[in-house]
Each structure stands twice: as structure tokens, then as C-alpha cells.
Design a protein around this ligand. Structure first.
Ligand code: HEC
Ligand code: HEC
Length: 324
């Protein structure tokens, strides 16, 4: 009996010791680095169509994190809407400044970070969403726009502060949060006339609605978004600057808890102008003001084809509506 206890004691000590080693490893290793993704050298031409498309995508998908509200420049800011348990993280300066922004990055390096999350120095950019399913043409448009004469991307010498990830953030990036691999072939967008396929592309590739509108970032499936838990049925929690929580909403066609009782016109109005039947939509729901009507209608057409999930989020209750 005594012997058994002693062995047990040793085992427990061993486990505790291993746990401490793992913790020290995570603490010292911090956010991991990876081999630089091999994107072939390329030069992206800035056509008027690309500049317009890039402006549309960047204003929907990037400015909420990267724009300094005080100056209107994409020189970065602290991401206060992240749950505080991740530490203090800062969106980078992505203006054309060669030292503090992306002025010295090549087009291939920008493609690599947008696709995989891995920067030119190999460090994994945590929190920065990866645009795996975005079409090559859309990615080129984003980069053409970042190099454009638009005011918000002009060189701005604001340094990006050192990231201050918490132990939890470091642990997650050493275990479950990983960069995604580069696409293995060309990525094309379906034709806008193929409405449902186009809408599916918008939800997964161009605007990543699924990333916020499924159950939880941690259970999202970056490579096969439709396999994410609670795909498009809402529930991901965000924190506002005053510390209150905002869950994303159920966009499946359940009549009671989703959009089953919405008309196409109501949907288009909510997505393009942030005006839902029950009130104004708050951040972090992006402002898709430059989205065209055909895109919003395609998304609606696609949403009508995906599995319906019943998932009540607070705005479905009268009390939540009253407190807005
Ligand atoms: C949820 C917030 C968020 C969104 C949305 C976002 N980013 Fe980022 N981005 C970040 C953060 C945070 C970093 C810095 C991460 C780090 O240093 O670990 C970053 C880093 C970058 C970098 C690397 C710059 C550098 O010096 O490290 C580029 C380029 C970039 N973002 C471009 C974009 C573009 C283009 C979009 C839109 C298509 C976008 N980001 C959308 C948060 C975001
Ligand atoms: C960065 C995260 C994020 C992204 C990306 C995002 N949303 Fe949202 N969305 C939210 C949040 C959070 C809410 C809830 C806002 C509130 O409570 O005021 C919301 C609310 C909505 C609503 C209102 C639904 C209701 O029941 O009132 C619609 C419609 C919607 N989003 C559609 C979309 C579509 C379509 C896309 C992609 C084109 C998208 N969202 C992308 C976070 C996001």
C-alpha cells in the first residue's frame, strides 16, 4: 500500500513537473515563428478596377482594426474589443511608411501574410484574420489599394507597439491557433450571375461573415468553413470598449431565432447600412457601405440554402431589445 502511494506521489510530482516545463516553454517561446511561406515573386498591377475593389474590401474588412480613429490613417491601434484575457494586442501600421508600415514589404510578402498570417520575419500574426479563401483577384485588389494614393494609406511614421500577449494567448498559439497553409492552386471567385455560389464565396472568402457569425472563433474551421461549429448560427462573443458583451447573431433561416422572418430587402438594408428591423447594428459588425446590392442579395440567396440552426442570441428576447 505504502509503495503504491509512493509511486502515485512520484507520478503526481512528475505530472506537475512536466506541466511546469510546458508552462515555462510557452512563456519563453511566446508567439511562435514559422518558415516563411513560399509565394513566387510577383508585381501587382494597379488597374482602376482593382483600386475600386481594394477600397471596397479594405474599408469593410481592415479599417475597424487598423485605422487610428484620431487621424483616420491605417497606422494601427490597440484592439480594445478583444477579450482582456488575451493580453494587449495592437493592429499593425499598414500605411506605406517604409520603416513602421508596409512600404518595404514586397507584394509576395503581403500575399503571404494575408493568406497565412505569417509575416515577412516569420512571426505568426495572431488575431490578424487570414484570408485563405479570398480570390487571387481580390487579394491583388487589396494590395493595389494599400499601395494607392488614397489618404488613409499614405506613409505615417507611427510605430506599432510590441505585442503583449497573455500567457493564455501564447499557450493557444503554441497549441490550437495556427497559421493556415497557402492555397495549393489558383483561387477564383464564382461569377456574380451564379448567385448562390457567389454568395457562398462572399460569406467565406471576401467578407468572412462566417468567421464572426458561427459559434466561436476557436471552433471555426479555416480551411473548410462550412464545417465550423454552429456555422452561421451566431454566438461568437465580442467585448465593447465599455466592457459589455455583444454576441454575433444567427443568420440561418430559423424563423424564431434567425433570419427566417426577414425579407430580402430588410437583409440588404441591415448589411449595407447597419440598419436592422430592431435597431442600429453595433461594432464589431463591420460597415459594408461600399458593398453593392447584388452582393448583399447573393449572400441572402446563399443563406437560404444552408442548414437551419435554432440558436437564440440575446436580441431575440424582449429584454435585450429594450436595453439597446
Ligand atoms: C481583427 C483585427 C484585424 C483585422 C480585421 C485585420 N487585421 Fe491586419 N493585423 C491585425 C493585427 C493585430 C496585426 C499585428 C499582429 C502582430 O504583430 O502580431 C495585423 C497585421 C497586419 C499586417 C502585417 C503588418 C506588420 O507589420 O506586421 C498586414 C499587412 C495587415 N495586417 C493587413 C491587413 C489587411 C489588408 C486587412 C484586411 C483585408 C487586415 N489586416 C485585417 C489585426 C487585424
Ligand atoms: C467582425 C465580426 C463580424 C463580421 C465579419 C460580420 N458580422 Fe454581422 N454582426 C456581427 C455582430 C457582433 C452583430 C450583432 C450587432 C449588434 O448586436 O448590434 C452582427 C449582426 C448582423 C446582422 C443582424 C442580424 C439580426 O438578427 O439582427 C446581420 C444581418 C449581419 N450581421 C450580417 C452579416 C453579413 C452578411 C456579414 C458578411 C458580409 C457579416 N455580418 C459580417 C459581427 C460581424
Amino acid at each position: 500500500m505504502k509503495k503504491v502511494l509512493r509511486i502515485l506521489g512520484l507520478l503526481v510530482a512528475g505530472v506537475v513537473f512536466l506541466g511546469a516545463c510546458a508552462a515555462t516553454f510557452v512563456q519563453v517561446r511566446g508567439i511562435p515563428s514559422y518558415d516563411k511561406p513560399q509565394v513566387a515573386a510577383l508585381t501587382i498591377q494597379a488597374t482602376p478596377a482593382r483600386l475600386a475593389q481594394g477600397q471596397k474590401i479594405v474599408n469593410a474588412m481592415c479599417v475597424d482594426c487598423h485605422r487610428d480613429p484620431a487621424t483616420g490613417a491605417l497606422s494601427g491601434k490597440q484592439l480594445t474589443e478583444l477579450p482582456p484575457e488575451f493580453g494587449k494586442l495592437y493592429a499593425a501600421n499598414i500605411t506605406q511608411d517604409p520603416q513602421h508600415g508596409i512600404g518595404a514589404w514586397t507584394d509576395a510578402e503581403l500575399v503571404a501574410v494575408l493568406r497565412t498570417g505569417i509575416g515577412r520575419d516569420g512571426r505568426y500574426r495572431v488575431v490578424m484574420p487570414n484570408f485563405v479563401h479570398m480570390s487571387d483577384e481580390d487579394v491583388a485588389s487589396v494590395i493595389a489599394y494599400l499601395r494607392s494614393a488614397d489618404r488613409q494609406v499614405q506613409p505615417n511614421p507611427t510605430p506599432t507597439p510590441e505585442q503583449e500577449p497573455s500567457f493564455l494567448a501564447k499557450a493557444l498559439t503554441n497549441t490550437v491557433m495556427k497559421p493556415v497553409p497557402l492555397p495549393t492552386g489558383p483561387v477564383d471567385s464564382p461569377a456574380p450571375t451564379d448567385q448562390v455560389a457567389y454568395g457562398r464565396y462572399l460569406v467565406m472568402g471576401r467578407y468572412k461573415c462566417y468567421d464572426c457569425h458561427s459559434k466561436d472563433h476557436q471552433t471555426n474551421n479555416a480551411l473548410e468553413p462550412e464545417k465550423s461549429e454552429g456555422y452561421m448560427a451566431g454566438g461568437t462573443h465580442f467585448v465593447t470598449t465599455d466592457g459589455s458583451q455583444i454576441p454575433s447573431r444567427n443568420l440561418t433561416m430559423d424563423a424564431e431565432t434567425g433570419l427566417g422572418d426577414w425579407s430580402e430587402a430588410q437583409f440588404v438594408q441591415a448589411v449595407r447600412f447597419g440598419q436592422a428591423p430592431q435597431g442600429v447594428l453595433r461594432l464589431p459588425m463591420p460597415k459594408f457601405t461600399l458593398m453593392d446590392e447584388a452582393e448583399a442579395k447573393a449572400i441572402y440567396a446563399y443563406l437560404r440554402t444552408i442548414p437551419v440552426i435554432k440558436n437564440a442570441t440575446p436580441e431575440d428576447g424582449a429584454a435585450a431589445v429594450a436595453t439597446r
